[in-house]
Design a protein around this ligand. Structure first.
Ligand SMILES: Nc1ncnc2c1ncn2[C@@H]1O[C@H](COP(=O)(O)OP(=O)(O)OP(=O)(O)O)[C@@H](O)[C@H]1O
Length: 352
């Protein structure tokens, strides 16, 4: 089942809501016959990606939406093999070079050269050039940026770049100056509410103004987050009203659950169960110190005041261990075990 963030994503410049002037500007660029390199920047969930795809569609037509994922292997100078995924239609490619960390230069250099040297496969293509979308461009290493700059100087006719990042700060001046800068600001609360309202109508959910207002604010004007929260509200409640509580973002919910489980039972078996959840959080890239702090925070209201200083002391202790050590999961688990022991001792002393 598709989520509404995907299902309701506008697929053309016409369908884009908010930042109308920007949509118009992108349209005239796409129709101008003189399409420049672009640098899209703005916060997460502001709608950069959506606008880029809509612009590509204006350039090439619906064929850009037929994408496949290409697994490629690149070779470093020390003969290391780099596996790398490319998302591509016949007209464009999308890459995230930061996936290969410090080897991003290899990908940039080899791939762009290859693209620049090949003609459009589709003889009927509306544009002679191919577009390469580069995600997280603001995280490219200096080496990769230098390679990118050389490519821009050398191969312009067959290649246009669309760089995407949160800000322009990490991008070297010679690249910035070769791009047209496109700022995609966060939508306003009203604009977020507008998008949420449209989604509600499409799903037949009815529009609860107060709820949409709260979701928009909770999301920090991140549209993706807002749509995910909205969908979670409807998934978790039979009947939704203006006062239905908004669920915490998933990972915090999971930590809340861990806190409850730790309180309910103090056994090695429980530590093991908790461990697998902690592991889950780590594999979802939640920073270990955030996990530890959030867990401590969630445990606080559940314990007696007398225990709090002790728990906080151990939390700080294991936070330090996490920062200096390697086996993160081990230290998180150790904190859980320590907490259980503190609690057990306390409960026993109460019984006496
Ligand atoms: N103009 C718009 N009108 C309605 N919905 C939109 C619009 N732009 C984006 N959205 C919705 O918001 C979601 C997030 O947008 P998008 O993925 O384009 O953000 P982004 O800025 O590229 O985020 P990130 O930098 O985190 O990848 C999309 O899935 C889409 O459903």
């Amino acid at each position: 089942m598709a989520l509404i963030v995907d299902k309701h994503r506008p697929r053309s410049l016409d369908a884009l809501t908010y930042h109308d002037e920007l949509s118009e500007r992108l349209r005239s660029l796409a129709q101008s016959g003189d399409f420049p390199h672009l640098l899209f920047y703005g916060p997460s969930g502001a709608g950069k990606k959506t606008r880029i795809v809509a612009t590509l569609k204006e350039l090439y037509g619906p064929g850009v939406e037929k994408i496949k994922i290409d697994a490629r292997v690149f070779q470093t100078s020390s003969n290391r093999k780099l596996e790398f995924n490319i998302v591509a239609s016949v007209y464009h490619l999308e890459i995230t070079p930061s996936d290969v960390g410090n080897y991003d230069r290899v990908v940039i250099q080899d791939l762009l050269k290859e693209v620049a040297q090949t003609q459009q496969v589709d003889q009927q293509a509306r544009q002679k050039f191919k577009v390469v979308v580069i995600n997280e461009a603001d995280h490219l290493t200096r080496d990769a940026q230098a390679a990118l700059r050389r490519t821009m100087e050398k191969y312009s006719p067959n290649l246009r770049l669309i760089l995407v990042g949160e800000s322009t700060a990490g991008i070297i001046a010679p690249i910035r100056s070769r791009c047209l800068l496109v700022r995609v600001a966060r939508p306003t609360i009203e604009e977020v509410k507008g998008v949420l309202g449209e989604s509600c109508k499409k799903e037949g959910w009815g529009v609860q103004e107060g709820l949409l207002e709260r979701v928009a604010r909770e999301s920090g004007r991140n549209l993706r987050k807002a749509l995910l929260i909205l969908e979670a509200v409807y998934a978790q409640n039979e009947k939704v009203t203006d006062n239905t509580p908004i669920p915490p973002p998933d990972w915090e919910g999971l930590i809340e659950q861990i806190a409850q489980e730790i309180m309910a039972e103090h056994t090695p078996a429980r530590i093991l169960q908790v461990r697998s959840k902690l592991y889950d959080l780590l594999t979802h890239c939640i920073p270990p110190t955030t996990i530890l702090k959030t867990l401590t925070f969630k445990l606080m209201p559940l314990i007696d005041d007398a225990l709090k200083p002790e728990v906080i002391k151990w939390s700080a202790f294991y936070e330090h261990r996490i920062k200096t050590g390697t086996k993160v999961i081990f230290h998180l688990e150790a904190f859980v075990a320590k907490f259980m022991r503190i609690l057990e001792m306390y409960l026993m002393s109460m019984d006496m």
